[in-house]
Design a binder for this molecule. Structure first.
Ligand SMILES: C[S@@+](CC[C@H](N)C(=O)[O-])C[C@H]1O[C@@H](n2cnc3c(N)ncnc32)[C@H](O)[C@@H]1O
Length: 371
């Protein structure tokens, strides 16, 4: 090496760290850097983690890993994706880097506390609620302005009915308390449950009153099928008939002592609610009662605000009800002795009870409305 080359090399070696330090200083002092870092830590990473947990739970991977640690090939087999081994590995390794999974000696296992808790069968409603949030609530927040511009609305097909039916059970404690308070136990009861979801509340009522028989109806075929399978599993097929059907077109005699609508009044547009409630009343025997439970507007609950947003942007439903408005709609639908009450003081969850009295507001005297 000549002297000139040697001098150049020495100069480069000395200058490189200086240049690196300058570059680092430039990046660090960029006014956007703190914002990016804060967003990444406080907003983006938790969102990624939630999305990973939702998909790992929805695909059954969390539940699979809760039984035993699994290597990549076992998970390929479990998910039936033999053609996509490498891409599955990339997804699992992302879960490892997000801190939800761990990998040791080639076997994946659950690492974070949320991952372990969500894998528990007893927490299925919470796991489904997380999936509902990530799959349906996030797109509502994300796409609202674009949907307005495009004149697009969510439809019932945009929901996964079986996920919603499971996530709805996050309200189980409050709905069951409402049933406990209002179900007649001393005499046989004929119950009609509209929008039965999993059928869990029909089962609860059937346990409370052994002489209760029921018709459980749900609009979505896959949900009704699942409910029917649950009834069979719970040994209730002799007492509960399960049907796919739409409240708005059901043809039934006024034969029921109790009609229940749990967590679904917002599946009907506001302008149609009186008619829907009249229809529910038409299935009640004189003196029969309606028990309706629903989350209502207000209460500062972000989850309910976004649920409300989703239904405002749907082409079939409407906003969550307001307590006083729903009471007025029930009265307009001909119910008497309409009452509304809360269960947990801080929760905007309300229980509405109303009677198919002797004199309906429409003068039908409690007889069925003609379709
Ligand atoms: C949020 S889920 C609630 C399920 C269940 N009641 C619960 O609380 O767990 C609402 C259910 O109402 C059903 N539903 C909506 N509109 C309906 C209609 N017109 N007739 C019958 N069921 C309906 C949906 O298919 C869905 O399964």
């Amino acid at each position: 090496m000549d002297l000139l080359s040697l001098a150049r090399t020495v100069k480069d070696r000395v200058e490189a760290p200086i240049t690196d330090a300058l570059a680092v200083a430039k990046v660090v002092t960029d006014p956007r850097t703190p914002l990016l870092l804060a967003l990444s830590t406080v907003v983006v990473t938790p969102l990624y983690r939630a999305a990973f947990l939702a998909s790992a739970s929805g695909s059954g991977v969390l539940q699979c890993l809760a039984v035993r640690p699994c290597d990549l090939d076992s998970l390929v087999e479990y998910l039936e994706v033999p053609q996509d081994r490498e891409r599955l590995r990339v997804w699992l390794d992302t879960g490892v880097r997000l801190g939800e999974l761990d990998v040791r000696e080639g076997c994946y296992r659950l690492r974070s506390t949320p991952a372990k808790l969500l894998a528990h069968a007893g927490n299925d409603a919470v796991a489904a609620a997380l999936e509902e949030i990530m799959r349906f609530h996030v797109p509502a927040l994300l796409d609202a302005p674009r949907m307005l511009k495009e004149g697009r609305r969510f439809s019932l097909g945009d929901q996964d009915g079986t996920v919603i039916a499971r996530s709805s059970l996050a309200l189980q404690g409050m709905v069951q308390e409402a049933i406990d308070r209002h179900l007649e136990r001393a005499t046989p009861v004929r119950l009609l449950e509209i929008g039965c979801g999993t059928g869990a509340y029909v089962r609860h009522a059937a346990r409370l009153n052994p002489r209760l028989t029921a018709l459980a109806v749900d609009l979505q075929p896959e949900v009704a099928l699942r409910a029917a399978a649950n009834m069979a599993e719970w040994g209730l097929t002799g007492r509960v008939e399960t049907r796919q059907g739409d409240l708005r077109t059901l043809e039934l005699q006024p034969q029921f002592d109790l009609v229940t609508l749990h967590n679904n009044i917002y599946y009907f547009p506001e302008a149609e609610r009186v008619e829907v409630l009249e229809r529910a009343r038409s299935f009640l025997a004189p003196g029969g009662r309606l028990l309706l439970t629903s989350s209502c507007q207000g209460g500062g609950n972000a989850g309910l605000d976004v649920l409300n947003l989703w239904f405002e942007y749907a082409d079939f439903g409407g906003p969550l009800p307001r307590e006083d408005e729903l009471v007025a709609q029930l009265e307009k639908a001909g119910f008497t002795d309409v009452r509304a009450a809360g269960i947990v003081p801080t929760q905007p969850f309300r229980v509405f009870v109303a009677t198919n009295g002797a004199d309906g507001a429409d003068g039908t005297n409690g007889t069925p409305i003609q379709a």
